[in-house]
Design a protein. Sequence first.
Length: 285
Amino acid sequence: MGKKRDYFETLGKLEIMEEGENKTPSSKYPLFETHCHLDYLKENELNKVIHLSKDVGIKKIVTISVSPSNFKDVHKLCQTDDMIYGTQGVHPHEAKDWNQSICQEVKKDLSNTDKIVAIGEIGLDYYYNHSSQTDQRTAFEEQLQLASELDLPVVIHSRDAEDDTIAILKNFSSSLKKKGVIHSFTSKLALAKFALSEGLFLGFNGIVTFKNAHDVREALEICPTDRILIETDSPFLTPTPHRGKENTPFYLPFIAQYISDFKKEKPEILLPKVYQNSLKFFQID
């Protein structure tokens, strides 16, 4: 009970929260969890996560695929509740597995559902290099082409690869009509400025609350309200003051409150805008 009480005590102290129907603190404004990995949760049972996320004011959740091995898991999760949507894509870590057979699989899957709302998580990661940089660039380019053909937005991962990320995205500037989001933004300002100039969104999560995340806050400072998306990237990157616990979508209010405070915008103005950004980006009514 200690951990549960600690969560609700800190949640109830947030300015954006009020007492909900179940006497659980609930956001005064609708929240949209734009990036999480529900199939990776280990310490929190899915039904509990969905139930508590609804209680605290989250209206929509997008769970992200990263590999052909979890395409079906994401599809299954999308069917568990009306609030859950998904993506299909191959993460740069798994880029070595990308091929045209997988590309055709994604196309087929998308033709059979309206719950898959983006191509992702795709991009470049030169920090870990779990796949070769050549394989990463090929997978990134071909999935951007796929998104262009299907008229879908993209969810982009970029780590220690700003120059190549910019160079590749420039090649799709005109064809990628629905644009994209650079999720979990931790890159330098040059990439933030480029992304914003191209009409892309920036995704901010619990990292922005970390003491030493100065670069992330610099990006948030220059990011217009109409280009902000919020996410948890759970089960990773749990926001302060709950670092060390498994992250879940129901920690999103802590990120929403922090961003509102940092931007010095009234939450009743900022958070409805961010929610509308999310609906617009994923083309959800």
